[in-house]
Unconditional design. Sequence first.
Length: 641
Amino acid sequence: MSSENTTGNGGNPYASMDLLRFTTAGSVDDGKSTLIGRLLYDTKSIFEDQLEQIDLASKNSGELGINLALLTDGLRAEREQKITIDVAYRYFATPKRKFIIADTPGHEQYTRNMVTGASTAELAIVLLDASRGITTQSKRHGFITSLLRLPHVVLAVNKMDLVGWSQEVYDKIVGDYMEFAEKLELNITAIPISALQGDNLANPSENMPWYEGGTLLHHLETVQVGGSRNMVDFRFPVQYVIRPNQTFRGYAGRIASGTVSPGEEVVVLPSGRETRVKSVETYGGPLEEAATPDSVVLTLEHEIDIGRGDMIVRRHNLPSRGTRLDASICWMAEEPLDTTKEYLLRHTSREVKAIVSEVLYRIDMNTLHREPAQTIGLNDIGRITVETASPLFFDSYRDNRQTGSFILIDPHTNATVAGGMIRGEEKTLESVVTGSAQAEEPTKVSPDVVWQGLNIPRAEREARNGHKAAVVWLTGLSGSGKSTIGQLVERKLFAAGTHTMLLDGDHVRHGLSGDLGFSERDRKENIRRVGEVARLFYEQGAVVICTFVSPYRRDRDHVRALFPPGSFIEVFVDAPMEEAMKRDPKGLYKKALEGSIQGFTGVSDPYEPPEAPELVIKTAEGAGPEESAEGLLELVEQRIR
């Protein structure tokens, strides 16, 4: 049951509808405010007195017709400059769905406002002016949308009336933008529109008969809602302890992710105390199941000392724990980031003291390239290392937008200075070698001992090798063909003079931490170790080829986070179970079916296919090992040369 889709609505026809939060983004004068005004107008979501006021304001400013953009540009400065400055929120509904719109600024000066508006959205409408084509701002907004992991993007090519409704112009713009967004992992739907005239917004356009897709409003009404919610990992940050009398003790909060039911085994962090959920209470009565984003009160079978900032999670599904975070941030304050200053970090309901110990790089928003930086200024986006005074319980932002995000607060002014997205626990080469990054508490060392890092940087090794370093991670069921393809690719690369290393799941073992069977914990530890070993070879400038079943997305994402963007190539070697069983020379599937092997992927344990791999190789559809290897070899060569 979701608080955004409930029954017993007291006669309110809108109460049981889905809710879609979406945001708009685009360059100045691309028509964002006009588009939203037209949507409100066409869905009859404007009161008559509002319409009269906007009509009067339009006439006073010399407009020929009604300026629908004034419905959202509410600030006086916005109306004078005819640009959007603040984030304007508007609400409307159709017979099929409710909507909350965040109209965000297009000017680069207000990047922080766009990040704020998009942080809670599930869909972004990126507008392009058909008469101007793709701009730097258009690319900037695509990058921010990707950074915030919005599951849906609409590329709205606006002002088609200014280019004569040309399909050729539209196809060229869409093709160029898709090429740019290829590596951003965006799910893009393109629609040609004219916000001023209403073409393809609520009604199909008679001026573009060549367009056979749906209207913008139809897409908004039918797109999947809740795609960004993590329904698997139960996370319940405690906001308040409710104790109305001696017989009741409950813990109030909003479910950040996952679901919860009475009787489930849970753990309270940071104490680690285990108990069971006794009941899930709401104002309307107890529930048999609650899910994100419900606000509920949990009662537990045992009395445990729990307070605000603690987190209740499932016993066998724990978040990461750490005091050093690798994060991307958008800086929102006039005063730039100060690495010598102490900030407050607010994560879910937990607030701790923190410092930014290192600025790794800043993104050049014009080229989207990384550049060295000592600090991060207003509207800048960069990557940092954060150290907290006490541990946080978190997931990566990729897996969980709620427990993977935080804000930094200036303790003197109480102003929010940055919004952050956690990539994972911060790792150094020292932690990879010693394994200290996996410890429950950070390893304590003498203050006089200083880690010096690599004697010869990877860039120098790459220059001498004549190619960039990369990690090629082949994942798939046992028997899918990973090892065969990996071996062929390494041999071909080596013959071409490339420095290589092959880490094969059939050869790399750590005690009982096998890749094929055994417990989930063992497999997770095995993949973690392989990732760390791959990092060492990567820093040496080699192309590292890893062939492991690695059945869980989280483990693969954990390894990906160890490497810079673009250097990790995930390859899904896709073969149906029936085909993999035919290629089973060791009889492992047979043993698993007979019960002599426990925890075998594909038989008793699930395999989670990659959601957005760089390459998919279907080995059961006629392509032999040589042909499959050639396709992968071509991709690797593109990345390293």
